[in-house]
Design a protein around this ligand. Sequence first.
Ligand code: PLP
Length: 270
Amino acid sequence: MLANPAQNVAPARPVVLTLGGLDPGGGAGIAADILAIQAAGVHAAPLVTALTVQDTSQAYAYSAADPALLDAQARTLQRTLPITWVKAGMLAEARIVAWLQSWLTESRLPLLLDPVLQAGGGGTLSNPDLLPALRKLLPWVTLLTPNGVEARQLAGLDAQADLSTCAQVLWANGAQQILITGGHEAGDDGTLTNRFYQGGELVWEHTTPRLPGHFHGSGCTLAASLAAHLAQNYPLLEALERAAHYTRQTLLAAYRVGPGQLIPHRCQPC
Ligand code: PLP
């Protein structure tokens, strides 16, 4: 093969390997991840864990990928791409989590886990065996980014449990750092608060006015942007600020493609 002269001068980019479900409506999951990661100047290597059936209103069904195929894809990429972070969203089934756990044990790559159990608009995106499997994965998680509902479910607490108790339980079960996003918390003061915990303790929080409307894939956008900023080596709190700012811009510029949730406008610079 002839050498390409541009090869030596083209700028290099870090790579985030992102695992998630394919939303054929193009609003959430792996499609959202790719755009948010690229917007941060990082290359996205997407591994599709499940094909879903959904529209902008709700999810109806999915078919999970074969973990042997994911294993072959991850190992092939790892041989040649400079992967520095792994981001996982929809993992669908316990057998995919078990594969991820063993691959991370070998590769020692840091994992940002944005746990996906249900679609934002409604409809399940997980097998009943997923929740216990995700609990076992917590010791492999460098940064966990659940919303309040997912945090309580993962911690095995009831729907009224306070978030600091959740963070302590999740930390005691192995998650090193936890960002609990506020989009799903009931609050009548018109604001939304994201809270970041290290060692089970609150170390950062950020409150913004709650935007009107429902958005498809807003959690995916924040988590993917965060993974990309970490892959760019930003210190954690700066990565949080930058990813939160980018996500808010995508929501402010969200557009409509149908009767359901709005789509964040992700093709804009961070
Ligand atoms: N991943 C997939 C494939 C999805 O379809 C969804 C929501 O529908 C999500 C993740 C989670 O989306 P959100 O960021 O809205 O929580």
